[in-house]
Design a protein around this ligand. Structure first.
Ligand SMILES: Cc1ncc(COP(=O)(O)O)c(C=O)c1O
Length: 443
């Protein structure tokens, strides 16, 4: 607590990601510690975490079990090469993850490839899809389809299938990518409680792309079952089922990017379990290690794994991997995180909170300038009328909420909320009360 205040620190050298660097450095917001549902700021205030960090601290902050597991692991084996060598924690963690794999044991999504982030998980999943199509004699299938308003991280694969213009306009995309239309249909679905009623037919956009490009050129479609970073966009009733059916009809793999929805955010271990729609590949990160050590993981189906892991046994089957794939410290953090999730029932706890969450946040419908409220599980998007200045009002709300002790996230004109899954009703009420005051004063 005796650290110098932020303005005494040299802020020049750290080039901050996804941040208005000069604006931030002129008026910094510094977080110095965290425990449970709260951060401490450098000016000695307690900030309620309305966003689980960046959708990742599902079990709450400062979990000593995870810290101790990492410490023990680092004191035992701090690093081991993962190419042609192994270490126990990686196999143990993969086995534990297989036990809760998306869709349960029958879905067979239990062959697990470790990465260090969600972006790497996405690029890995796209490569697995391409390798699979080639392995089964469908080598012409090289096209990757994403969706408008999708976010799949910042690798070249991820931005190519992603649908956010600011993340794409400066950088060239991979050749042979295309996009489905997004599913955000404000005019018809605003303020719907639960899944949007209208828009299942938007999945037919894939049929249009098949007609345009030829199914034999398309390897995979990747979507977020619930689009998080682009404004908490829920899939319309029947949309995911329809997309699955069209993929099946045309031999196209379906990838769910569950970097946000994985590990209990919707009240089930994965969105796959929540919606009952089974993709062929699932990407995860964030809640995988409670955000305490960077890590991502790709769950591939046995069928895909078996198609790729063939040929002479002396040959590497899949030319892909990272120096830190399955890093011992990350695996230790992941194992400890999974134990917490299981002991505290966090992978399903949100089912007890979802009604309160929905009812509390839908009360914002009556606030001036709120044009939609969307909730699912313990996620919410409150979309504001930009009033001629896109992004400005939402950013002002973020700043004012922080001043009043609440961390929210802003994506475009939407305030996104996704607190840790340990949240109590009192935390939800406090979040709503601070946000309500701020919205009232920022009209
Ligand atoms: C759906 C989704 N995919 C991928 C990513 C990228 O993850 P990372 O920032 O760990 O690379 C994110 C990050 O927010 C995400 O929300």
């Amino acid at each position: 607590m005796n650290k110098p205040p932020a303005n005494a620190r040299n802020l020049a050298h750290y080039w901050m990601p996804f941040t208005a660097n000069r604006q931030f450095k002129a008026t910094p917001r510094m977080l110095t510690a965290a425990r449970g549902m709260f951060y401490d700021s450098d000016d000695g205030r307690s900030i309620l975490d309305g966003t689980a960090g960046l959708w990742c601290v599902n079990a709450g902050h400062g979990r000593p079990e995870i810290a101790h597991a990492v410490e023990n692991q680092l004191n035992t084996l701090g690093y081991a090469p993962c190419f042609q060598m192994g270490h126990p924690a990686a196999f143990d963690f993969a086995e534990q993850l297989a036990g809760i794999a998306p869709g349960g044991p029958d879905a067979g999504l239990d062959r697990i490839f470790f990465t260090n982030s969600g972006s790497e998980a996405v690029d890995t999943a796209l490569k697995i899809a391409l390798a699979y199509q080639r392995a089964i004699g469908q080598g012409t299938r090289t096209r990757l389809i994403g969706r408008e308003r999708g976010y799949h991280g910042v690798g070249f694969g991820g931005i190519s299938v992603g649908g956010l213009v600011n993340n794409r306009r400066v950088f060239p995309s991979l050749p042979g990518t295309d996009h489905l239309r997004h599913t955000h249909w404000l005019e018809r679905n605003a303020f719907t409680r639960g899944l949007p009623r209208y828009g299942a037919e938007l999945a037919d956009d894939l049929t249009r792309l098949v007609a345009l490009h030829g199914a034999e050129t398309i390897a995979a479609v990747i979507i977020e079952p619930v689009a998080a970073s682009t404004g908490v966009l829920l899939p319309p009733h029947g949309y995911l089922e329809r997309l699955r059916a069209i993929c099946d009809e045309h031999g196209i793999l379906l990838i769910f990017d569950e970097v946000v929805t994985g590990f209990g955010r919707l009240g089930s271990p994965f969105a796959v379990d929540y919606f009952g729609v089974k993709p062929d590949i699932v990407t995860t990160a964030k809640g995988l290690t409670n955000g305490m050590i960077p890590m991502g993981a790709v769950f591939a189906s046995r069928q895909i794994h078996e198609a790729i892991v063939v040929g002479p046994e002396t040959e590497i089957e899949f030319y892909h991997g990272y120096t830190y794939s399955g890093h011992p410290a990350a695996c230790a953090a992941g194992l400890a995180t999974l134990s917490i999730y299981k002991e505290e029932g966090l992978l399903t706890r949100v089912t007890q909170l979802a009604d309160l969450w929905q009812n509390t946040l839908h009360e914002f419908q009556s606030r001036p300038g709120v044009i939609d409220v969307r909730t699912i599980g313990l996620m919410a998007g409150i979309e504001l009328d930009p009033w001629q200045k896109p992004g400005q009002r939402a950013y002002d709300v973020l700043v004012e909420c922080f001043k009043r002790g609440l961390l929210v996230r802003v994506t475009g004109d939407t305030i996104a909320l996704s607190p840790p899954l340990i949240a109590e009703p009192s935390h939800i009420e406090r979040m709503a009360s601070i946000l309500g005051e701020v919205l009232d004063t920022h009209q």
